[in-house]
Design a protein around this ligand. Structure first.
Ligand code: ACO
Length: 311
């Protein structure tokens, strides 16, 4: 590329200013953003399934209305993120194709089953809690459209996190059976939530370059630690325990120490062999096929409107 363009790009990154769609950018920077934003968008869309599973079985009308609103927000997040990715020159159709053929990933976390109502609480509290810790720094990402999309997404995620906390808070103060259900959900979701932050720093191939480009602001391990430090006092206020015997405050580090993560489980899930990978993808493919008539109708309508405008 033209040396002046490269220099302008590097100066923008060094000054911590934003790269915008019309600016020149290195091919690898563009490819990294497409990869990360697409994976993020796909996660929002696949992430509707585990909670969608409980909409018809929510324990009250109020809980049902809240859960429906939440799942609908996730569809909205997917839509903003696909739009952010489109500013990089890929189409939403291409990205959908990459998801459906398994060439692009989505977050490992959405391949775990939602067995009880308490899982709605644990997902909101832990999974959305982890998502916030990961995503707040992305509001300062060097790529403008991604950073701006993240502002609203983070506000909505914080409502999601509170609703999950409140579900667990109610169950933890309910009957013995409700309390046990809440504890069981936390036991099952804790470790997968820690895996959401990605592999350890020394096994994360993209981290160094993404941090140099200001796409990532903190490393996977830094954000994972921040999440643990936030979750421990919240678990105490819920009167629930986290399933890790090695969890304890380290005065010297000023952080909680925690036990080893099962990275074999993480890679098994990432490679497509987690408990629900197959089911999630089958469901998404079927939903996409079932929605073909809606896309055709919308395209026909848009064409008619365009023709009318020209006439
Ligand atoms: N699930 C699935 N795949 C993962 C996960 C995960 N939890 N963590 C890392 N990976 C993949 C990476 O995509 C990468 O694979 P690829 O090279 O085939 O793309 C590989 O593991 C190595 O990881 P890293 O080098 O650490 O990758 P990266 O720098 O992209 O960091 C991270 C991963 C932290 C997830 C980053 O992409 C990110 O912050 N993404 C935005 C947030 C996001 O996607 N959230 C989705 C879940 S939250 C929600 O939707 C509610």
């Amino acid at each position: 590329a033209d040396a002046a363009l490269v220099e302008a790009f590097e100066a923008t990154i060094a000054a911590d200013e934003r790269i915008e769609p019309r600016d020149w950018m290195p091919d690898d920077y563009r490819a990294t953003l497409v990869r990360q934003i697409a994976q993020h968008a796909h996660s929002e869309i696949i992430g509707m399934q585990p909670e969608g599973n409980w909409i018809t079985r929510a324990p009250s009308l109020r809980r049902k209305a809240i859960l429906m609103a939440k799942v609908q927000d996730e569809a909205g997040h997917g839509a903003y993120l696909y739009s952010a990715a489109e500013t990089l020159g890929v189409s939403r159709d291409e990205l959908t194709e990459q998801l459906l053929t398994g060439r692009q990933k989505y977050s490992s976390i959405f391949n775990y089953p939602t067995l009880t109502w308490a899982d709605m609480g644990a997902i909101g509290w832990l999974v959305d809690g982890a998502a916030i810790v990961n995503q707040v720094p992305i509001t300062r990402c060097s790529y403008g459209p991604y950073a701006r999309a993240m502002v609203r997404i983070c506000k909505e995620e914080s409502f999601h996190q509170r609703q999950g906390f409140e579900i667990l808070h109610a169950l933890a103060r309910g009957t013995e059976a409700q309390r046990a259900m809440a504890q069981d959900a936390v036991d099952r979701w804790w470790w997968p939530s820690l895996m959401m932050f990605g592999p350890p720093d020394d096994e994360s191939p993209h981290s160094a370059q993404s941090m140099a480009w200001g796409i990532k602001r903190f490393s996977n391990d830094e954000l994972r630690q921040r999440f643990v430090d936030m979750a421990v006092p919240q678990a105490e206020s819920l009167t629930l325990t986290l399933p890790d015997a090695e969890l304890r405050w380290n005065e010297q580090r000023g952080h909680y120490d925690f036990g080893p993560i099962d990275w074999d489980e993480f890679w098994t899930v990432v490679k497509g062999n987690g408990p629900c990978n197959r089911q999630r993808m089958e469901h998404r493919r079927a939903a996409h096929a079932d929605g073909a008539w809606v896309r055709e109708a919308a395209a026909a309508y848009a064409a008619k409107q365009d023709a009318r405008r020209v006439a």
